[in-house]
Write a protein that binds this ligand. Structure first.
Ligand SMILES: Cc1cc2nc3c(=O)[nH]c(=O)nc-3n(C[C@H](O)[C@H](O)[C@H](O)COP(=O)(O)OP(=O)(O)OC[C@H]3O[C@@H](n4cnc5c(N)ncnc54)[C@H](O)[C@@H]3O)c2cc1C
Length: 411
């Protein structure tokens, strides 16, 4: 509801501001950089002369790619929860901005730190609705398939332990008992209280046939927040002049290796404000002349529509299943390597499709998700310790010195 209030206020403010042109149903594909243009023309460009010059975007309704010239681009495309089979995130959270930045040669950092929310509703429809931690705050107890209240075995704060500890405990109990979920029990509270304290949760569960005042709620962990992302300063600057990032797409370092709930306001509101100031300063320094006059139009490879859409659907499912099974809450080096091999195959296949057919948003999202999955696995394999949200069986201890993991594409 907080998010809804912020979004409504933002949309109203945009509508009032005549200097803002809004392009709805446009899907940003890639950032255009001076370096990319020079490489296409086989010209040399000094490393420090690289900068943003625009964006290619798909006009989804007209099915054509449009070139936007721009001296500055601010990425604010959200997180990447959709790379996992189970996620609380909306459908748009496919990591587009992170993949775009990586392809442009920008530094991406700490992608192994994926926060899993411990209690998403387990529903056979596959949708994962978030059951807020406030329910445990009101005394709800987690129980395993045997009915045992298991959390006291894992942490002195039992059901009120930190999010990552609860998520790992649930994962361990599900693996131990073989059950597809655990239970959240708030049946000691009556229906009137629950309806007024948790109206949305009460309504959603009722629609799923669960009376939370009488029935235990089936819950599972689900991918919730991408703490890593496009590396930025605390002024939203990335490693590429003219490219900025704020919100969940960015890795500012503010979350460290673990995220406290509700800190997105800091990322999305404070960092957006700071980013706007730093964009104004950049434009003041470089002027609008920063964008070149002629950006080459999008090269359509002219292959027509995809011949077999089943490949997209299949690879989409395979990627998300691979990430859930091999790269989720508890990791091992062997599973991470297995995931790397599978994702490399998917990457080769999608590249072939990208090169031979006209693009559509589903194909572009899958390409981005595969890219982001590769980045998560690469960062996870770089970190030889368990820290915050990254737990790996071979390296159970935390190293004495905290360091970032980092990836950057070489051209
Ligand atoms: C169920 C749930 C509950 C949460 N509860 C809380 C909470 O209580 N407190 C809290 O602080 N945080 C909470 N969060 C986290 C918080 O909602 C997010 O971190 C935050 O909304 C991210 O904001 P954002 O602006 O970075 O991205 P988003 O809000 O995800 O917006 C990204 C936008 O970019 C667009 N976009 C994406 N890709 C492209 C593309 N290629 N081209 C064009 N447009 C694109 C999308 O359509 C979308 O409009 C919750 C998250 C979830 C999923």
């Amino acid at each position: 509801m907080t998010g809804k209030a912020i979004e409504s206020a933002l949309i109203k403010a945009i509508a009032r501001e005549p200097r803002i042109a809004l392009f709805e149903h446009f899907f940003a594909i890639d950032v255009i950089t001076a370096g990319k243009m020079a490489r296409r023309q086989r010209k040399a460009l000094p490393a420090d002369a690289d900068r943003v010059v625009g964006v290619y975007a798909l006009d989804v309704r007209d099915r054509r790619v449009v070139t936007f010239q721009a001296p500055v681009v601010m990425l604010s495309s959200g997180g990447a929860g959709q790379v996992y089979l189970y996620t609380t995130n909306p459908d748009i959270a496919t990591g587009d901005g992170i993949a775009m930045a990586y392809r442009a040669g920008v530094e991406v950092r700490n992608m192994e730190f994926i926060q899993f929310h411990p209690t998403a509703l387990y529903s056979l429809s596959g949708k994962r609705f978030l059951i807020s931690e406030a329910v445990r705050g009101e005394g709800a107890i987690l129980r395993n398939a045997e009915g045992e209240a298991f959390m006291p075995r894992y942490h002195p704060q039992a059901d009120l332990a930190p999010r990552d500890i609860v998520a790992r405990a649930i994962d361990a109990e599900m693996k131990r008992t073989g059950a597809p979920h655990v239970w959240l029990d708030i049946t000691h509270r009556n229906s009137a209280f629950l309806r007024s304290r948790f109206p949305l949760i009460h309504r959603f569960c009722t629609e799923e046939g669960i009376d939370i005042s009488k029935d235990k709620i089936p819950v599972v962990p689900a991918a919730h927040y991408t703490c890593g992302g496009v590396a930025t300063t605390l002024a939203a600057e990335t490693t590429l002049p003219g490219l900025y990032a704020c919100g969940e797409v960015a890795c500012t370092g503010l979350h460290g290796a673990n995220r406290l709930a509700s800190n997105s306001l800091l990322e999305a509101v404070v960092m957006a404000h700071r980013g706007a100031a730093s964009v104004a300063a950049y434009l003041g320094r470089t002027g609008k002349a920063a964008a070149p006059s002629a950006i080459p139009e999008w090269r359509d490879f002219g292959g027509g529509d995809l011949d077999e859409r089943v490949v997209i659907t299949h690879n989409w499912d395979e990627l998300r299943r691979t990430m859930w099974d091999y790269v989720s809450i508890m990791r091992t080096t062997k599973r991470l390597e297995r995931a790397r091999t599978r994702i490399a195959n998917l990457s080769r296949e999608i590249q072939e499709y990208y090169a031979n057919f006209s693009v559509d948003s589903r194909l572009l999202e899958l390409r981005n998700m595969i890219q982001v999955a590769e980045l998560i696995v690469t960062c996870a394999l770089q970190r030889h310790e368990s820290r915050g949200l990254h737990a790996v069986a071979e390296f159970p201890k935390k190293l004495s010195r905290a360091a970032d993991t980092s990836v950057r594409r070489k051209f």
